[in-house]
Design a protein around this ligand. Sequence first.
Ligand SMILES: [Zn+2]
Ligand SMILES: [Zn+2]
Length: 351
Amino acid sequence: MKAIVYHGAEDFRFESVPDAALRDAGDALVRVTRTAICGSDLHLWHGAGLPLAEQGFAVGHEFVGVVEDVGLAVRGIRKGDRVLASCTTGCGTCAPCREQLHSGCTVTTANGAQAVFGFSAALQGAQAEAVRVPFADVNLFRIPDALSDEQALFLTDILPTGYMGAELAEVGVGDVVVVFGCGPVGAFAQRAAQLRGAARVLAVDLDAHRLALAGARGCETIDPSREDLGARVLAATGGRGADAVIEAIGRPELIQQSLLLVRPGGRIAVIGLCAAPVQLMPVLLFLKNLTLSSGLVNPQRYVARLLAVIESGHLDPTEIITHRLPLADGVRGYELFARHEDGALKVVLTP
Ligand SMILES: [Zn+2]
Ligand SMILES: [Zn+2]
């Protein structure tokens, strides 16, 4: 079969790989119908932040598809089901999985393995014609007939991630919320803040096109290279400071800045992947009674509720798609997304 394969930084290739196949009794084999390029795939593309010893594996962890085969132990998923997958995989029975912290599953992360598709040969990625999904009963979800593949696609990762940001930041009715980042995850964090009743969402980015899209979804937009972000936040809150900040980029200096932007008792959620060390002033957390939280998403926790929101028509996740390409042009998709070329916000690939 064909897949987008990792050979090193900025060296991804569309090439033939061995066919995906069942390995364990809990596995399903999924024929991929739509897959997407994620900001965390760009960490591999740029060769930064994630130490990888091996090469030659298929990348990608956002996908939907049709079940082609299941192992003997699979009970809830059948051949022919149209499914979305969780990007982080759990066994469903270990202690972290029972707490719905599947990304910390002691089985799927044993011996230093990654719980996320597409970062190692042990769990091949989904920018491919087909993919093996371990513990299918835990990590696959049937897509309701009323929803298209594209409407369900972002439930695999970035929509739950954005929602988790608003949940960790305890966004509630009437809040003023700052969201750092107007990329795909930032966009869904903004939508989630609105769904949870935020009165005002201040969207921060340096990219004029992405700011314009955030404005169109009802956010007030700020380019901090052109105006004073702190002053805008104070003006929006009667001098109090923001109720919550969601950091959806992963920049160390923005995490520190968040401590300054929130009011006493404010909440900060970091959902951007930040691999660099951060200089923090803990005294601000102490004196202002702040809450700072972060986490790798566990979509299993959110899929059912967010599916209901999409089905009700209150959220259309396809709003962020800017490019649709055949899988064969996937490497071009990486270039577009990495350089923000041609207004690229989210690139969807079809095998
Ligand atoms: Zn992702
Ligand atoms: Zn587990």
